[in-house]
Write a protein that binds this ligand. Sequence first.
Ligand SMILES: Cc1ncc(C[n+]2csc(CCOP(=O)(O)OP(=O)(O)O)c2C)c(N)n1
Ligand SMILES: [Mg+2]
Length: 552
Amino acid sequence: MSQQNSSESSPAQIFAAQLLASFAKLGVRQFFLAPGARSQALAIAAGQLAAAGLIDLHVHLDERSLGFNALGSALGSGEPSVVITTSGTAVANLHPSVLEASHSGLPLILLTADRPAELRGVGSNQTTNQVGIFGDAVRECIDVPAPTMADVDEAGLHEVSGLAARAVSISLGWTRPDQSSANPGAATADDDLVRPGPVQLNLCFREPLSATEPNAAELKVVAALPERTKVEPRFAVLSASVPTVVVAGAGAGEHAVEFAESYGLPLLAEPSSGARYGSNAILHYRALLAEQSALVGEIGRVVVYGKPTLGRAALTLLRREAVEVYVVRSATMGHFDVSRRALAQVDELVFDDEVPFAWLAKWRELDAAVVSNEAATKLSRPGIVREVWAATGGEDDLVLGASRMIREADAMAPAKAIRIFANRGLAGIDGTIATANGIALHNPEGTTRVLLGDLTLLHDAGSLAGDALGAQATNLQVIVVNDGGGSIFESLEMANQIDAEAFNRLFRTPQQVDIWGLAGAYGWQHELVKNLDELRTALTINGRVIIEIDLR
Ligand SMILES: Cc1ncc(C[n+]2csc(CCOP(=O)(O)OP(=O)(O)O)c2C)c(N)n1
Ligand SMILES: [Mg+2]
């Protein structure tokens, strides 16, 4: 019997050590753990790998926060995150981040500890049905029976490494999931596209639940990823005579810019698109579309990149009968065709001739003619956007919370090639601080800024705790626009139809949290700014700071 299988160990520990060492061997670096008993073998193995410098381990109390932290790390690095939880509600707390990761194509590998088969369905403590708990939000869910000594012989360990490789490969969108376990609803309507996303390994463990042997960091593991599934690219040729605009939604990226610039097309790019830069960006497109100017009436074709979700005007345009719609497929954001009118879903588009330059020139002229009628010095939402954009450079990251400020930025933010993130898969106001924390892990030099509303901050206040004994974000600024509740709801039509008290109670939900006290409780700096000059200064603060802008 090898030393690994010595009686000092347990099958649970041998299995956990082999599995986590396989992930490390496959290049997975970021591990996120919340404490629990059923998952103890995984925790011990992760601790051993971290102590040996083979992985980075982040420990958080709250699994909802943990999941978003892992998601932020995947966003910031493009690499998979491994998330480890105990059983029961701990698993369910991952659901929001799993949904977001599913809809935005982010690689999360969930290791959820569970009771062995004989303890299921008999009222055991902290035991529920974890298989399928995430429904179609996971690409694949594999229920792994509790390992026995016979399962962790040489052949068994080889299988464990294979399990890790499969999880990584599916999470990255390299391998097509087994359709019997993944609900096809999770995939795009384009069935040949393989999308990255969350994968769940539901791991049953039987007592003894852990041992100090083997040391995961000392295992000689052989593991390799399967070959990447090839997807045949789809092309289309477009007639240059149809006046075309490019709409870039979340996840569009640089391809949208390259396409617009190669053919001289107006680029209507959301701030979360990663494409709001360059000289083709039409900054005030929101206003221009809403005004329905003559130029908007001339649009004959829309090419969509990513997932546009911020405004109704773009959607109205896509629904217009005289407008042809072409959708460029996104492996991350999936199938986007809300008007159900796309003529084709393609990977690459070319024009049959030169696009007349006059088309773009007219858009630029109209864009330049939009003037703001408010004083540039006022502490207003556009003023805040301008300052935040001005302070953010190539070494920084900017995270936009859902709700009003991202729409404000969509209406007027400058064209600037900076890294901007926003959870637009499902556009929740949850998990924003944790997401930013995860992104910041990958940016120790620059500053990670989060621009968000007061309710969005409070929704995720627990994530201010961070990882007390682990790596903390170096420079993280939470810029909170405190307008006493959800002011975005003021733009709903009914806001003027019901009385103010009912509106406040049912929608705005004003809060009276002392944000200075909140910051202090979690050990954050707090800066209250009353004008744009103070904001500009606050945006240079290092460390972890909440910058509160009181607009009440
Ligand atoms: C998890 C979740 N719950 C509820 C919503 C609905 N929702 C959208 S915006 C919003 C209010 C946000 O208020 P705040 O963060 O203060 O931003 P403001 O609009 O005031 O700038 C709510 C509740 C959501 N998007 N996500
Ligand atoms: Mg608010």
